[in-house]
Design a protein around this ligand. Structure first.
Ligand code: NAD
Length: 371
């Protein structure tokens, strides 16, 4: 795909900046894609939008996201607003004939996620989700190792996602503490490990979950206290097809954990270990190794693990989180160009949403839920 493509960005917070960096960097890194024209971004006020447009290199800023969606120069819209806005914005963009790159989770209610998938299908446009962790070069390597049977037949998976941004009991109540953002750990965190399962093994088929909140209330900016409405912790048993069992532990209040998305895959002939906190390395144990040499081998990411080579020719120098967003952006452009691409689109994303809602149902009813 060559030529150029007009980009709109809604939201300029944590993820908004990541998308802006990706749109700014993708052509320089990959070369073979359309050149993004950074047309317009939207924020909650005109002033903020203008300031961010200037910082991020966009031509214009608007305080009204509907103006961005109606802009004929905008061909693809990045949606990086809080979860409660995703459905309305994505559907409006698709109905206006734009491609969409929407942050996870798809939506708060399953019915809204289903409406998003239906809108994507009806529009014929490309609509993908912000599942960055599937993009790391070593995650692709893990997929290749599994396919070639490097650890035999997989029989069990253990997944953890932990951070500590909610660990302080006195951390402020904010949108992620509100039920309007979803359940908490299952949709804020669980969707990421579920995205890894989706690309490596396919959809989860049943779950048994227990959700908990470590702190009943939090201080507000107004100086009062407010009851926390979401769950920061989830403990989940799950099953995949073909008899693979799994355990998933999610915790947004895990002091000391900064960006852990840890994966252990156990097979009949070995084990693979990966952790996003050290995502430039993976470990593999092979039962086929000579007994005196048996132990985990550590493999550092390098140009032999595409698309690492597109960033730097030197092995072991390491990619960063924002590079995953650049790879994701490139995959989106490939899909828009009609090529095969490593993306989770709205249709496939529904599998992840269904697993999230099944976790909540399982917690409410204290039983296994088949998806
Ligand atoms: P944030 O609070 O940092 O940023 C959200 C931005 O959206 C803010 O700048 C806010 O002013 C703006 N906004 C809110 N309402 C708006 C509206 N009506 N019009 C225009 N702008 C509006 O939040 P965040 O941490 O960037 O999270 C945003 C989304 O990204 C969430 O859905 C979250 O789940 C997702 N996220 C994904 C990852 C990932 O790894 N893929 C990581 C963090 C967050």
């Amino acid at each position: 795909m060559d030529g150029s493509i007009g980009v709109g960005l809604i939201g300029t917070g944590y993820m908004g900046k990541c998308h802006a960096l990706a749109w700014n960097g993708v052509k320089a890194v990959f070369g073979d894609c359309a050149r993004p024209r950074l047309v317009q971004l939207a924020e909650v006020t005109q002033d903020l939008a203008q300031r961010k447009a200037d910082e991020f290199g966009f031509q214009r800023g608007t305080g009204d996201w509907r103006e961005l969606v109606a802009d004929p120069d905008v061909e693809v819209v990045s949606i990086t607003t809080p979860n409660a806005f995703h459905a309305e914005m994505a559907i409006a963009a698709l109905e206006a004939g734009k491609h969409v790159w929407c942050e996870k989770p798809m939506a708060v209610a399953l019915v809204d996620a289903e409406r998003m998938a239906a809108a994507a299908k009806a529009s014929g446009k490309v609509a993908v989700l912000g599942y960055n962790y599937i993009q790391s070069p070593l995650m692709r390597q893990i997929e290749a190792l599994l396919q070639e049977g490097a650890i035999g037949t997989v029989n069990h998976i253990r997944l953890e996602m932990d951070e500590d941004f909610m660990a302080d009991p006195e951390a402020l109540f904010y949108w992620k503490s509100e039920a309007s953002s979803g359940y908490g750990a299952p949709d804020d965190f669980g969707v990421h490990p579920l995205s890894l399962l989706q690309v490596l093994f396919g959809p989860v088929t049943k779950v048994f979950a227990n959700l908990s909140r470590p702190y009943a209330d939090r201080p507000t900016v107004e100086g009062t206290r407010r009851a926390v409405e979401t769950f920061d912790i989830a403990s989940v048993l799950f099953e995949l097809g073909e008899g693979i069992s799994g355990v998933m532990a999610l915790n947004r209040s895990a002091w000391g954990r900064k960006g852990r998305v840890a994966l252990q895959i156990f097979g009949s002939a070995g084990t693979i270990v990966f952790d996003q906190e050290r995502f430039n390395e993976l470990q593999i144990y092979s039962a086929a190794d000579r007994q005196s040499l048996q132990g985990f081998r550590t493999i550092l990411a390098g140009p032999q693990h595409p698309p690492y080579d597109r960033f730097i020719p030197a092995p072991g120098h390491g990619l960063g989180f924002n590079d995953l967003k650049i790879i994701e952006c490139h995959e989106l452009l490939r899909r828009i160009g009609g090529e095969d691409a490593r993306v989770i689109d709205f249709q496939t994303g529904l599998n992840i949403e269904r697993a999230v809602h099944a976790m909540a149902q399982s917690h409410r009813e204290q039983r296994w839920v088949v998806i």
